[in-house]
Design a protein around this ligand. Structure first.
Ligand SMILES: Nc1nc2c(ncn2[C@@H]2O[C@H](COP(=O)(O)OP(=O)(O)OP(=O)(O)O)[C@@H](O)[C@H]2O)c(=O)[nH]1
Ligand SMILES: [Mg+2]
Length: 320
């Protein structure tokens, strides 16, 4: 089957070949993997790219250990139920938002470029914790690792200052992301980043421009209005983040024990009884016979089979 690669692929490949910087090369390889159409005809090429990416990562880490000059590179190890990266232009209010969503105390200031390294906090959402990553502001010459942070996240919150020209800022941010093959909308090929648009600093009044922005983009994006300063809209933002992450919480209990929903296992949407069982204990893979299920809708201890697809809040009792 022919690979049918888009012209953009060859443009990025040329940049990859010409670049002398390992971090930059890594960014281009990741772009190539995002651009490549995902079908049988490109499987070998995809595998080659993945091998090149892992070899390059190895070289970078060796270079770092030997004190080489690879340039600084920052990445954030994932923790909790998901990693949410705050993306935005200078002064859009990302750090204030991080402090409001989590127990972090990062620097907030009137002037732009206050944040120059990633900052992390854990946000509590009901009984789980979600990782929030505040980032330095985005600009045309921003270092490649900043875009690496966005790529690595499970989703992004695009923070726009509702007191400035939201439409212009939105176009600027989306343009810079698209240039690096980070797509926030559905396109033919490549991966699409889950995105929430936050119209921030909404305490200063809702303008006509805000209404126009919402009218133009709702339906394509989830849009939330909030003010980290007053707390307005923050609960809604937390809820929308949880929904966008698309994870489910599954609880378990032992036979004969009462129903109690605590310490959930966090799983991806579409997870089955068997997936949850394996998560709890490897032996369940061969020994599990069935499970009993409790939830708020139709189940109060009925038997379900291994392939049954789970929903958020389901409680299981495994039978081996
Ligand atoms: N009115 C209002 N001002 C806010 C709000 N959130 C942040 N600000 C102000 O906006 C300015 C920038 O806030 P930061 O949180 O530092 O913004 P940032 O996006 O992290 O800025 P950089 O890291 O410099 O890019 C500060 O003067 C904040 O007090 C808000 O909800 N309402
Ligand atoms: Mg900041």
């Amino acid at each position: 089957m022919p690979a049918n690669l888009p012209p953009q692929y060859f443009e990025v490949e040329k940049k990859y070949r010409e670049s002398k910087n390992l971090h930059e090369k890594l960014g281009y390889l990741q772009d190539l993997l995002a651009i490549i159409p995902k079908h049988k005809g490109t499987e070998k090429l995809q595998a080659d790219l993945k091998t090149k990416i892992s070899k390059l990562k190895e070289s970078i880490s060796k270079q770092k250990k030997s004190g080489g000059t690879g340039g600084a590179w920052y990445q954030v190890e994932k923790q909790g139920a998901g990693q949410v990266v705050l993306v935005g232009l200078a002064n859009s209010g990302r750090s204030t938002l991080l402090n409001t969503l989590t127990n972090a105390h990062v620097e907030v200031a009137l002037y732009p470029f206050t944040t120059n390294l990633p900052q992390i906090g854990m946000m509590e959402y009901e009984d789980i914790k979600i990782q929030i990553v505040d980032t330095p502001p985005m600009y045309e010459e921003a270092p490649a690792w900043l875009f690496g942070l966005y790529r690595n996240g499970d989703m992004v919150v695009l923070v726009l200052d509702a007191q400035s020209d939201m439409e212009k800022d939105f176009e600027t941010v989306i343009g810079m992301l698209e240039e690096r093959n980070i797509h926030t909308k559905h396109i033919e090929s490549g991966d699409v980043k889950k995105t929430i648009i936050l119209l921030n600093k909404s305490d200063e009044g809702r303008s006509v421009a805000t209404d126009e922005f919402i009218a133009k983009h709702e339906g394509k994006f989830q849009i939330v209005l909030a003010s980290p300063k007053t707390g307005a809209g923050i609960d809604e933002l937390k809820k929308q983040i949880f929904i966008a992450l698309g994870v489910i919480r599954v609880y378990t209990k032992k036979i004969g024990h009462p129903i109690e929903r605590k310490d959930p296992v966090v799983m991806g949407a579409g997870a089955t009884v068997m997936d949850a069982a394996e998560h709890i204990h490897k032996d369940f893979r061969k020994n599990l016979r069935f499970a009993r299920l409790w939830n708020d809708s139709n189940y109060s201890g009925q038997r379900v089979e291994k392939g049954h697809v789970l929903a958020d809040g389901d409680l299981l009792e495994f039978h081996v």
